[in-house]
Structures are given as C-alpha cells and as structure tokens.
Design a protein around this ligand. Structure first.
Ligand code: AMP
Ligand code: ZN
Length: 480
C-alpha cells in the first residue's frame, strides 16, 4: 500500500507518515475544557481525531492516544465558586456529559483519557526541570517561562520575535500572536481561589504545561502526532513545544495536525460569540447522531466546514442512502453466480477509498469512492446484472468503509434513548444534564437572580422535569 501523507503544520508540507516505533502510533489530543457543554465546533475537531485514529488502525497500526481533560482554568474556578462547589464536583458533571456526547457520535475512547488535576505532580516536576535550566523566573509568586531563552520559539506558528519585548508577561492562557510574551507556567493563588500546596509554592498550573507534562508521561519525550483545532496552534502548541523541547533537548512532536474550524454564517462557532449548537440541541430538534457524525467527518479536516441545517439534512439523506444499499445487499434475491466486472468495481472502490484517506485524510474523496460504488451497484441491481455471489464482497467493502465513518448501524434511536431523549423529537434529558441545570439554577438563586432561576425551572418543566425546593434550601427533582 502507498504511504500515508499528512500535512504537518510544523513544516508546512505534506509528508509521508513514518512512526517512531514500528507498527505503533503515539498521539496526543488536546481535549475539552470541561466548564460547559461542548459545541459541534469542538466535536468537529474530536471527530477528525476519531477518523484519524480509526484510519491508522485500519492500516494495521496499534494506536496509543492520550486525551486530556482540562479540569482547572479561570472559567472553571470562577463558575465553581459562583455555584459554591469545588472544581472537582463542578467538572465531574461536564466530563460525564462530554463522555455521553462522545458515545453518541461513536467516537472511540482514547487509550488514556486523563484529568489535568490528577497530574499536578508531573507538571510541578516539569516546571522544576525548566527552572534548573534557568528558563523560568518568578514574579509575584507566579512562575513564568522566559521565551527569549528558547531560540526556536515561534517555529510552529511562524512568528517573528524580533519586535517582542523581553520580560513582558502574559497571565491569561489564551492570547493572540501579537501578544507573544513570557507566559505563566504556574499561577500564584488569588484570594479564595482553588490552589495546590507544592514544592514550587502554592498555586495552580497554567494551561500549557498541562499538555506537555501529560503527553510526555504516557507517550515518551517524542510523540508521533499531536492534534487539535487550528486555534490551538498559538499560543498553546507553541508553548507546549517550548516547554517540552527546552526540558528534554529532544523534538517534542514529529507531526502536528490541526483541524480547521467549523463556521456558521461566516464566523467561527464559539462559546464567546454565542453562535453555537450543542449536540443535544440538535438532537432535541430531531437530528440524528449519525447525520451529525457524517457531516462533521465528510469535510476534510484541513478545510473549513460551513455548518447549516440544510447541510445536516443532506448528511441524513447520505446516511440513509448507505443504509438502504446495505439493506438491499442483505435482503434482496439476486440471480445466481458472480460477475468479475462487479468484483473489479468493488476492488476499485476500495483502492480509491484508501487513496483518499492516504492523502492527508481526504474524507471527501474517500466518500466519493463509496457513493460511486453505491450508484454503480444499484444500477447493476436494477438491470439484473448484480449476482448473489457479488453481495459478500460488496458488503465487506461497505463494512470496511464503515470502520472509518461509523454510520451504518441503525442505532440512532438507541443512542438518543441513552441520552434520555424519548423520540427523535426528544422530550427527555439525561440525569447528568438535569443535575447541571439544577446546579445552575441554585447558583442563580444564590446571587438572587430569580428571573434566571425561574427560566431554568420553566425550561426543565417543558422537558418533563419537576423541581421541588426542599426546606433546607436544596432541590429534589423528578420526571413527570
Ligand atoms: P476547548 O474546550 O475550547 O479547549 O476546545 C476543544 C477543541 O475544540 C480544541 O481542539 C479547539 O481547537 C476545538 N475547537 C473550538 N472551536 C472550534 C470550531 N469552531 N471548529 C473546530 N474546532 C473547534
Ligand atoms: Zn493541549
């Protein structure tokens, strides 16, 4: 089989993929910040990573994938404090919801799905290593990385550091290229904030150190692949390189793969713009998990994906077409015998499918191969030219395709029920989701925002959930 080519953000080129350890791929994926529901833009990137790992496995590689869960950051600390609960309790709910969402999209679980707050010691040790090499300094109890000490800084995001003020610092984790500055590895606690008592002082980790420490712990100091959405290239991944390579003296990542954004009405879908759909909103409107997965996977990851409800309808029809074809293969009585032309046609489709995916995971090209086969085989069936002996190999090809796209099993209703939706119209919601809304309402009551609290009660009532306020200020809930 031909080489797999990946476009590597580091070199800006398509390169043949050769893993460091024969037959095994070690890959790291930046996971979600678990402060809220993920939106379908986030799931575009997670679906790309799923397609990637499925393809590597189809090609015979053993995949060792780590995905982190960012369960400590400014928003988490703030929201948990507002609700009057610990960050662990706060993030537990959203981790649960994230896992349910992933299952609904048939995203394979990574070999290690790990929480940042379970790895504080690893982060502290990495910061100590950097300090021993004089790459850090302390200011007001926080520890910063001195980017001028790492000459390769900027190589991933291709930024020129000549105009950068040495010694200028940035405390927030997310900032723009123009603000490239010394960044916080360890943040001194602000009054009332959650912190850890450690050998490098009290505080909490910055976001970037989390991924360097966790990636190297499970995958070694040089990884094959690191993925994320394109917005993570800078500063997050640039900082990961600076931290890891300065500490080890080795290349951190050999192939950087970044997914382009999912846009809606010309803008990036994001929480802050408010232009997002969660999966559950779409499920509630009657859309199926398989249509969403198909839509997210169908556009090659290096191309922007423009989301629309029309596009989602088309995805649903495409999935239907595939399922109907498989149904026909399994149930129709074809004339006996087999045709060499059809065997050759199927083999061609399989080769084209692989060729598409080999080319930097060109899912559009791979799907075109599938749909061309479906069209030709349907035509042959209509003409009576498709033979019963052709069905097993056509079926085997469809099953191979589905190892990547994972939309053939007719399990949408079951998945929706698992999330608490009764029907496609979806009146019910899952327990974890109810708990999250109840906690939100409690927080609203606490800050005496009774309008917001009433709105949440009403929304839950509309979805069949009855709240009962208890005497001790707590809440019980039940389904109607
Ligand atoms: P976050 O929880 O914000 O760290 O994001 C989780 C993942 O979703 C990251 O890999 C982001 O790059 C990715 N992401 C965020 N917004 C979008 C979007 N509109 N389209 C595609 N990926 C996104
Ligand atoms: Zn990360």
């Amino acid at each position: 089989m031909a080489d797999i080519l990946f476009e590597n953000t580091l070199t800006g080129r398509k390169e043949p993929f050769v893993p460091l350890h024969k037959g095994e791929v070690r890959m790291y994926t930046c996971g979600p910040t678990v402060y809220d529901f993920a939106h379908i833009g986030n799931f575009r990137t997670f679906t790309f990573q799923d397609v990637l790992r499925r393809f590597l496995r189809l090609r015979g590689y053993k995949v060792l994938q780590v995905m982190n869960l960012t369960d400590v950051d400014d928003r988490i600390i703030q929201n948990a404090a507002q609700r009057g609960i610990g960050i662990r309790e706060y993030t537990d709910q959203y981790i649960q919801i994230f896992l349910e969402d992933c299952r609904s999209l048939s995203l394979e679980p990574p070999e290690h799905l790990i929480r940042a707050t379970d790895h504080i010691d690893d982060m502290v040790r990495l910061i100590q290593r950097l300090s021993e090499k004089s790459l850090t300094y302390v200011s007001d109890g926080s520890i910063y990385y001195r980017i001028s000490k790492f000459p390769a800084y900027g190589k991933l995001a291709k930024i020129d550091l000549s105009g950068i003020q040495p010694g200028a610092r940035v405390d927030v984790d997310r900032y723009e290229k123009a603000d490239a500055r010394d960044f916080a590895l360890w943040k001194a606690p602000k009054p009332g904030e959650h912190f850890w008592e450690t050998p490098i002082g009290p505080g909490r980790p910055g976001w970037h150190i989390e991924c360097s420490a966790m990636a190297m712990k499970y995958l070694g100091e040089t990884l094959d692949i690191h993925t994320g959405g394109v917005d993570l290239t800078f500063p997050h991944h640039e900082n990961e390189i600076a931290q890891s390579e300065a500490a080890t003296g080795k290349p951190f990542v050999r192939y950087w793969l970044h997914a382009e954004h999912l846009n809606i009405e010309g803008e990036k879908m994001s929480k802050s713009l408010g232009n997002f759909f969660t999966l559950r909103e779409l499920y509630e409107q009657g859309h199926k998990p398989s249509s969403i997965r198909f839509l997210l996977a169908s556009v090659p990851y290096r191309r922007q994906l423009t989301f629309s409800l029309d596009g989602l309808q088309q995805a649903a029809s495409s999935v239907e077409r595939l399922r109907n074809f498989v149904y026909r293969l399994k149930s129709e009585k074809f004339p006996a015998g087999e045709s060499s032309a059809m065997a050759a046609r199927v083999a061609q489709a399989e080769a084209d499918f692989q060729k598409g995916l080999e080319d930097d995971l060109n899912t559009a090209q791979a799907l075109a191969a599938v749909f061309d086969l479906v069209r030709d085989a349907n035509t042959a069936m209509d003409r009576g030219e498709f033979r019963s002996g052709d069905a097993p190999c056509a079926l085997a090809a469809m099953e191979e395709f589905d190892q990547i796209f994972a939309v053939l099993p007719d399990d949408d209703a079951e998945k929706l029920r698992a999330l608490g939706f009764q029907t496609a119209a979806g009146a019910e919601i899952s327990d974890a989701e109810v708990d999250a809304f109840v906690a939100e309402r409690q927080a609203a009551r606490k800050r005496r925002d009774f309008t917001a609290a009433d709105q949440i009660r009403q929304q839950l009532a509309d979805r069949g959930i009855i709240l009962e306020d208890t005497r001790d200020g707590g809440v019980r809930w039940k389904r109607k």
